[in-house]
Design a binder for this molecule. Sequence first.
Ligand code: ADP
Ligand code: MG
Length: 269
Amino acid sequence: MSDPIRPIGPKIIAVANQKGGVGKTTTTINLGAALAEQGYNVLIVDLDPQGNASTGIGVVPQDRDLTTYELLLEDVALSEAIRPTAVEKLAIIPATVDLSSADIELISNEKRSFLLHDALRQTAIDQFGFDFVLIDCPPSLNLLTVNAMVAAHSVLVPLQSEFFALEGLSQLMLTIREVRQSANPSLRIEGVVLTMYDARNNLSQQVEIDARDNLGDLVFQTLIPRNVRVSEAPSYSVPVLEYDTNSKGAMAYRALAQELVGKNARRAA
Ligand code: ADP
Ligand code: MG
């Protein structure tokens, strides 16, 4: 593999949408794996108490003694919380169900919105040399998601190509605006990616038209197709890029990674 083009990162990206089941975790794992395959150092931060990203990438429960919970609430050092994965250049900070109480425990903490920022922003990039940090957010606009947005340079929004896809987006955009006003003025929207796209289905096509009409250039050209290999991969604890390297899903996530890198290279130029 050739050396990646360098001058784009380092980038911390929150993968967020308060709807469940839209492809946040799938996108975090597979975009992460695709960026790693292209030569970048990638860290996934599992910020969902369901821990699906951790499971999907093969971190067994016994290996989750230090997690995002300890990182946020017990001042555990980043170096102790980071686990390697079976994928080269791809590391993860796992999550367990413990994180479900964090939202409430954080309320009384005066730095409640900045805990992930403080844990991640300098060290992840300077000390560990990650080019990309992808934060898998929970299906909610709670304090955990706010922590992700405060820590991040940008927000990547997966949108399921189904009826009501755009509903709820204004709430998400409002939260992004509030975070900009209060804590992270330079937070940008990395883009919106249509997931589970079915080209034979009129509904998918209509969602794409609506999304491009409403959001313009924010919508990635790359469409992630509905592909059974994508949904099978997590039960084998690997990204689809390893599970079925030539599948449509794997190719789509490689294209998304390239598009993301290209966009950022243009911005940096
Ligand atoms: P979220 O993290 O937003 O809740 P997930 O990434 O867990 O969503 O995806 C929800 C479900 O849809 C999972 O069962 C996942 O395997 C499946 N899925 C996601 N993307 C695809 C795809 N491109 N093709 C087929 N199934 C998918
Ligand atoms: Mg998820």
